[in-house]
Design a protein around this ligand. Structure first.
Ligand code: BDR
Ligand code: CA
Length: 312
């Protein structure tokens, strides 16, 4: 059983990542010890509301969800309703949710103290990670290395939202952070046909009824960007990689983030030739088995359906 702390800015693809984690939690493959949120796709209260809602719809009302840092380290917060919808869940409004007022830093401290093999998975801006300091076994969704950005020509969204957070997280890493960047995460997509297969596999799981309206928004967004009527599910792929559930390759490298220039804000740079002479701070995922990721998602959906059938 792998203990997992998920730090997310829920978002449609974060929501799918949470759903996947919930399936593995019920199966006893992971234990979600807590979920903390960052501001990014929507503000930090709403990301907590969304996280609470998704976990509840996946039968995990007992997993603590706590609000993290409200704003990036140095720049004003920008959110992206055009990508994830007004509330962050496409056309779904999760309504009000009861969110714990516990301190997110306490959740992190306690989890780290209790589980030596804790996996921290960050699927939003690195604000909490930078604020907390180094955490062993961290996997981060962010950046676009030698690859076009999705927010500016060179920057990926999570890193662009809090460039100083990402820069600081890499600067303070005592061992390499596993990095899932756009070059790999954009390869894992869902379309109306694969969504239907997923919904069938989920059966009576409560979250299944909401997926069409969540994903319809995400399909429309990607279509408007010229990607086609599909959706890239970055954060779900990141969680599968963090847990070692699918084959992937990494390169041990040194990375840094441009934080202060306006034009290059959030640009991630990898030093492949050792120009900087600095120690490695990233395991950059450079290849992944996308077919295995699709199969793994369906496996999880079947597990979640089995759990839902058992409790009803
Ligand atoms: C990242 O940005 C967010 O919109 C997604 O949730 C994902 O974490 C992809 O660039
Ligand atoms: Ca995210």
């Amino acid at each position: 059983m792998i203990p997992v702390l998920i730090d997310c800015d829920t978002g449609i693809d974060d929501a799918l990542a949470l759903m996947y984690l919930a399936a593995l939690h019920h199966e006893g493959e992971v234990e979600i010890v807590g979920a903390t949120t960052t501001a990014g796709n929507v503000d930090v209260q709403q990301t907590a509301v969304n996280t609470r809602w998704v976990l509840d719809k996946c039968g995990l009302g007992n997993v603590p969800v706590v609000v993290g840092e409200p704003v990036p380290l140095q720049v004003p917060l920008t959110t992206t309703p055009e990508t994830h919808g007004e509330f962050g869940l496409g056309y779904i409004n999760p309504g009000a949710q009861d969110i714990s007022r516990d301190s997110w830093q306490d959740i992190w401290r306690n989890a780290i103290a209790q589980y030596a093999d804790l996996q921290l998975i960050v699927t939003g801006p690195a604000t909490n990670l930078a604020t907390f300091g180094h955490v062993q076994n961290t996997t981060l969704m962010g950046g676009s290395y030698l690859y076009p950005g999705n927010t500016t020509p060179t920057a990926e969204w999570n890193t662009w939202v809090d460039p100083h957070g990402a820069k600081q997280a890499f600067a303070q890493a005592k061992d390499p952070i596993t990095v899932c960047s756009l070059g790999v995460t954009e390869r894992f997509t869902i379309n109306p046909q694969t969504l239907n297969t997923l919904i069938d596999a989920l059966g009576t799981t409560p979250i299944a009824a909401y997926l069409p309206e969540m994903l319809r928004f995400y399909f429309e967004f990607h279509d408007s960007q010229g990607e086609g009527y599909l959706a890239q599910i970055h954060d779900l792929l990141t969680v599968m990689i963090a847990l070692g559930k699918i084959p992937f390759n990494t390169r041990k490298v040194t990375v840094d983030v441009e934080a202060d220039s306006e034009l290059m804000r959030g640009t991630t740079v990898v030093d492949l030739r050792g120009h900087w002479g600095r120690k490695a701070n990233a395991l950059l995922v450079d290849d992944v088995d996308v077919d295995a990721a699709h199969a793994e998602l369906l496996r999880a959906a079947i597990l979640l359906n089995r759990f839902a059938s058992e409790v009803t």
